[in-house]
Design a protein around this ligand. Structure first.
Ligand SMILES: Cc1ncc(C[n+]2csc(CCOP(=O)(O)OP(=O)(O)O)c2C)c(N)n1
Length: 396
């Protein structure tokens, strides 16, 4: 992939971060080996990348070299993700779906992180990743089955190298790193992408994973989706520095901060990070700056803990709108294509819903199954009593 860019500020008001410390004294010559070196340490820079700004304008100096087909494919994937999102929310509100975690506004972040993966690479997502899962080959009816609480929906489809999504935040980051360490030892030239939120980044397991990955040069790309909120906890109460990418520097993990609502920047940064990993050059931490526009989950009401006016500016940063306007302006899409694609995606989601409805049948007799390999006696007694009740009610 021919991409090249220089360090770029996220906005005109936010310069690139220079993490170097200023020496207290004039630089002195290095001391003999083994002695404490009193000279200040230059930690270098954390690169920030935006290619398509929120007005849909391309930074011409950073024009990436993606094929028009790839660009149209990722655009459609983002539109499909949003259609699925809206339908799932409606189904949940109609009592047809279990608890669901919407992803509206984070589509570029999602699709961009799996875009460079091939079938032999691995993806380990957290729960807000359905757009990426669809891209990876999960059918939408399978995801509906999963979110409706049927265990049949959880295993990855045949031939898809994904882990089931993780709800215990941060817990999947170590296993994903372990897979990458195994790849490195087996000289397997593939990579692992693992995503987690700004809240999950406070979990000890994530720190351990970064450290293991750095020491072992594991081919793993850590994607921290910094969407500003961990349920009701804003980033300012979560972290002492809002520059989460800088944490990579301390571990010796290559780090970059990306505009997570810019699909071109996400594709570029992820493409490069995956290539570095596959070349054996070790892990990358990608901090994708985005915003949780909607509910944490359908069990959440953000109006009780945040002023909805903070959502407003993010509407104009919509990753789909910005990308679509550029695609149309550059002749890669016709002006009517956006609506046509939206209608086709909506149709696709409705067809998936129909398949989900005809497949998903509750199996009350299995309510106690899949918990223990050998069920404890007290639970077995409860199970028998429950089955007798179902018999009395004539439930199959
Ligand atoms: C270990 C653990 N602690 C607490 C929870 C409850 N919980 C679910 S989501 C969440 C916030 C996660 O926020 P973040 O990591 O920023 O991801 P986001 O939901 O914003 O995508 C918490 C605390 C959990 N799932 N796992």
């Amino acid at each position: 992939m021919a991409v090249g860019y220089t360090a770029l500020p996220m906005s005109e008001t936010e310069p690139p971060i220079d993490a170097s410390t200023q020496p207290r004294e004039a630089a002195s010559p290095p001391p003999p080996p083994g002695e404490f070196d009193p000279r200040s340490i230059d930690l270098g820079r954390v690169e920030c990348l935006q290619i398509l700004n929120e007005r849909g304008e391309l930074d011409e100096g950073l024009t990436p070299d993606f094929s028009d087909d790839d660009l149209r494919r990722v655009h459609r994937a983002m539109v499909l993700s949003r259609a699925f999102d809206a339908r799932m929310l409606a189904m949940q509100r109609q009592g047809q779906m279990g608890t669901f975690a919407p992803n509206i506004g984070q589509e570029a972040c999602m699709i961009g992180q799996v875009w460079p993966l091939g079938p032999s690479d691995w993806f380990s997502p957290s729960y807000r990743a359905f757009g990426a899962q669809i891209w990876r080959g999960w059918s939408m009816e399978r995801l509906m089955t999963l979110w409706a609480g049927y265990h049949e929906g959880f295993p990855p489809p045949e031939g898809v190298n994904d882990l089931p999504f993780s709800i215990v935040i941060g817990s999947h980051v170590l296993p994903a790193t372990g897979i990458a360490m195994g790849m490195r030892r087996a000289a397997d030239p593939h990579c692992v992408v693992v995503n987690f939120g700004d809240g999950a980044f406070s979990q000890g397991a994530v720190a351990e994973a970064l450290n293991f990955a750095a020491v072992e040069k594991a081919p793993v790309v850590f994607v921290c989706e910094n969407n500003g909120w961990a349920i009701s906890t804003p980033l300012a109460k979560q972290a002492g520095s809002d520059l989460l990418a800088a944490r990579g520097v301390g571990y010796g993990v290559h780090a970059i901060r990306v505009d997570g609502n810019d699909i071109l920047a996400m594709m570029t940064a992820m493409g490069e990070a995956c290539e570095r990993a596959r070349r054996g050059e070790g892990p990358t931490l990608v901090e994708a700056v985005t915003f949780r526009m909607s509910l944490h989950t359908t069990a959440d009401d953000p109006t009780v803990y945040r002023d909805e006016s903070i959502v407003e500016p993010w509407k104009s940063r919509c990753p789909i709108k910005r990308f679509e306007s550029w695609l149309v302006r550059t002749g890669r899409l016709d002006p009517t294509d956006g609506d046509r694609i939206r209608a086709a995606c909506e149709e696709e989601v409705l067809e998936a819903r129909a398949r989900f409805r005809s497949n998903a049948q509750a199996k009350p007799r299995e309510a106690f199954d899949h918990l223990y390999q050998s069920i404890p006696p007290e639970l077995e007694a409860q199970r028998m009593e429950y089955l007798r009740r179902l018999d009395r009610k004539g439930v199959e």
